[in-house]
Design a binder for this molecule. Structure first.
Ligand SMILES: NC(=O)c1ccc[n+]([C@@H]2O[C@H](COP(=O)([O-])OP(=O)(O)OC[C@H]3O[C@@H](n4cnc5c(N)ncnc54)[C@H](O)[C@@H]3O)[C@@H](O)[C@H]2O)c1
Length: 292
């Protein structure tokens, strides 16, 4: 709404009192942002003919809880919710945000029967921006000048792609600029631990993460609605990606109006590739335990 990404925004939530309150609060801010129509209800019909559906419904992590521990409750919600959404928005692109997002994306794809392109998850878009922020802080450069991805699960088995990380086309392992630091092995370990544990830290302090995921989701929506062909590390169904198939996880992909396209063959060293395969196994094991 603030960025004027869509002219029409509808919120469906099972909690009627909450959705009505959210709509009032959002509409009271309309005067200060690009004009749009904002509505909401506890009836799924409010999503009629949506071009894009963002699914955020479901249980969230309690302090100390992993994302994977939400899988069975949130897949159950998805089983009920998806048929209702498909009835009112059969042509939409479906973007999953609910955690564990890779499991939810795969489950939604299978439960909906929609083409692979039209169902994907926010994946490690948020983790990659956390990664870039910490690198930028350490090197004293703008976040927007750091190019680096977190790949794999949006969760504990995710992996940092250090070997392809750059600032100004300079590989990070070669970076040594006066007054702008250098990354030691210890720095790298610390940065990645902070990325991986960021959500735990935020949930401990304020109960939920919301600003950065909201901004990340708005960026993904822009890529879809404005048909940008933007490269984003979203979670999508992989088919023989470095030998990985039949699982949803994040690698840089092209996102446009049709949804998610080509998973890009980003360079990886042997360790990174092994980490990605391990992450795929972790997600697959969770899916298997849920009957997929
Ligand atoms: N992918 C990411 O990077 C990322 C980041 C932050 C949060 N999340 C996930 O997003 C989800 C939501 O988090 P939150 O903080 O907004 O939680 P929240 O509890 O504030 O909101 C969840 C909402 O879902 C609604 N809901 C539950 N079941 C429903 C159903 N069957 N139909 C319609 N609405 C239903 C609830 O009424 C509630 O309003 C969680 O799973 C959380 O882990 C993902």
């Amino acid at each position: 709404m603030i960025r004027g990404v869509a002219k029409q925004i509808a919120i469906y939530d099972a909690n009627q009192a909450k959705v009505q309150a959210e709509i009032l609060d959002l509409n009271h801010g309309l005067q200060f942002v690009p004009m749009a129509q904002i509505e909401g209800a506890d009836d799924v019909a409010v999503c009629n003919d949506a071009a894009v559906v963002v699914i955020t419904a479901g249980a969230k992590q309690k302090p100390g809880q992993t994302r994977m521990e939400l899988a069975s409750a949130n897949v159950a919600i998805c089983r009920k919710l998806l048929p209702e959404l498909l009835r009112v928005a059969p042509d939409a692109v479906y973007l999953l945000v609910t955690n564990p997002v890779d499991v939810m994306t795969y489950a939604s794809l299978k439960l909906s029967g929609l083409p692979t392109q039209r169902v994907f998850g926010s994946g490690t878009v948020l983790d990659s921006s956390r990664f870039r922020f910490l690198i930028a802080q350490r090197l004293n450069v703008a976040v927007q000048n750091v190019h680096a991805y977190i790949a794999g699960e949006h969760g504990d088995s995710e992996i940092p792609l250090w070997s392809s990380a750059t600032v100004a086309n300079i590989p990070l392992h070669e970076w040594a600029v006066a007054h702008h630091g250098k990354l030691t092995v210890r720095d790298r370990t610390e940065i990645f631990q902070n990325v991986k544990n960021a959500a735990y830290q935020i949930i401990q302090g304020k109960g939920a993460t919301n600003y950065a995921i909201g901004l990340a989701t708005a960026k993904i929506l822009e890529a879809i609605i404005h048909n940008e062909n933007r490269v984003l590390p979203v979670s999508s169904l992989l088919s023989d990606y470095r030998g990985i198939s039949d699982v949803c996880l994040s690698v840089p992909c092209i996102v446009n109006r049709a949804g998610v396209e080509t998973a890009l063959p980003v360079p990886m060293n042997n360790n990174e590739e092994a980490g990605l395969k391990n992450s795929a196994d972790t997600i697959r094991a969770a899916l298997k335990s849920l009957g997929f």
